[in-house]
Design a protein around this ligand. Structure first.
Ligand code: PNS
Length: 157
């Protein structure tokens, strides 16, 4: 049984994140999507809210579990029995930071990180931009799941 861990801030989840999870659903036996409880920046949504949004977005997939974690990612990966960490790569700009994290995580525990190329149409998507556009009243409807669009509308109303 191969378990993939898809970690992130998910503040909020976007269609780009879900595209990565969907790729994993078809490849791995079990997919754990885990929200970091204390990201570097103050999040718009609490960890519980981010988990709840992900649960709503991923309910259609039987082999996906939603959770949250604190502390080192590699410790959490061991706790949930994940053999691999999966991250999405949008463009070359993601690569520098992602390769550093992948190599540090490998140094710490030997865990393998796999990268999924995101769909080109989601290449420009980021949670930060989504929040900025939503805060200023722009349409984010085709960029995030409906449940996320509704949560953003409520938060910025
Ligand atoms: O969605 P993000 O913000 O790109 O996710 C980053 C995340 C949560 C994967 C990363 O910050 C992380 O793994 N944090 C846990 C702390 C840790 O293990 N740090 C060392 C990693 S090299």
């Amino acid at each position: 049984m191969i378990t993939a861990l898809v970690p992130g801030s998910f503040d909020p989840p976007t269609n780009g994140h879900l595209d990565v999870v969907e790729r994993c659903v078809g490849i791995f036996d079990r997919v754990v999507v885990a929200v970091i409880r204390n990201p570097a920046k103050t999040p718009l949504f609490t960890a519980d809210e981010r988990e709840e949004l992900l649960r709503a977005c991923c309910a259609k997939w039987d082999n996906v579990e939603i959770d949250s974690f604190d502390g080192l990612l590699v410790d959490y990966a061991e706790e949930v029995g994940a053999q691999t960490i999966v991250k999405g790569l949008r463009a070359v700009t993601d690569f520098d930071y992602e390769i550093q994290m992948a190599q540090m995580n490998r140094h710490l525990s030997g865990i393998v990180t796999l990268f999924v190329a995101t769909k080109p149409e989601f290449g420009y998507l980021s949670s930060s931009l989504i929040k900025q556009v939503a805060a200023l009243g722009g349409s984010i409807d085709s960029l995030v799941p409906d449940v996320v669009a509704a949560a953003l509308e409520e938060r910025f109303r």
